[in-house]
Design a protein around this ligand. Structure first.
Ligand SMILES: [Zn+2]
Length: 158
């Protein structure tokens, strides 16, 4: 596996958006790590831990429902710093990834009912959730993405 692109960055410069962090080429497969930055570090509040946890469940459910977890999506999870999420995909165009992210967050923003993956066998902390705030945060992030005229995806250092 070889790293063909890597973009170190200064967190002070990271605004809300989607960032392609690195691309790995392994055989014929191209694996790409995206950062979904939902909060501007040190300038905006970090996302509440319970809300971010609920966003993770909702986005995972969206991925599972479309059976993408074994084909294109290798990983979706949250950043420990609570300013966003990580998405790792393989063999997906940037435009398809942006579309997927917008669809996932639309799903989270519109979600009503009981959160998915809420059995103890599915989750390490079923008590740590805030679905209402998750909807608000998802809607807020989505609004920023949709207002970005540059295609919603940037490289660091560009
Ligand atoms: Zn969980």
């Amino acid at each position: 596996m070889s790293v063909i692109q890597y973009f170190p960055y200064d967190h002070l410069d990271v605004t809300v958006g989607i960032y392609k962090n690195r691309v790995l080429q392994t055989g014929n497969d191209e694996i790409t790590l995206y950062e979904l930055r939902m909060s501007h570090p040190y300038k905006q509040k970090v996302i509440d831990a319970d809300a971010l946890h609920s966003i993770e469940h909702l986005c995972l459910q969206y991925i599972y429902d479309r059976k993408m977890q074994n084909e294109n999506v290798l990983f979706f999870g949250t950043m420990s710093c609570r300013t966003g999420c990580i998405l790792i995909v393989q063999n997906m165009s940037t435009s398809d990834v942006v579309k997927l992210i917008e669809e996932m967050f639309q799903y989270a923003a519109d979600f009503e009912g009981e959160l998915p993956l809420l059995r103890m066998s599915d989750c390490g902390n079923i008590y740590g959730h805030d679905p209402l705030q998750a909807r608000e945060e998802a809607a807020r992030y989505l609004a920023v993405l949709k207002s970005n005229p540059q295609g919603n995806c940037s490289y660091y250092n560009s």
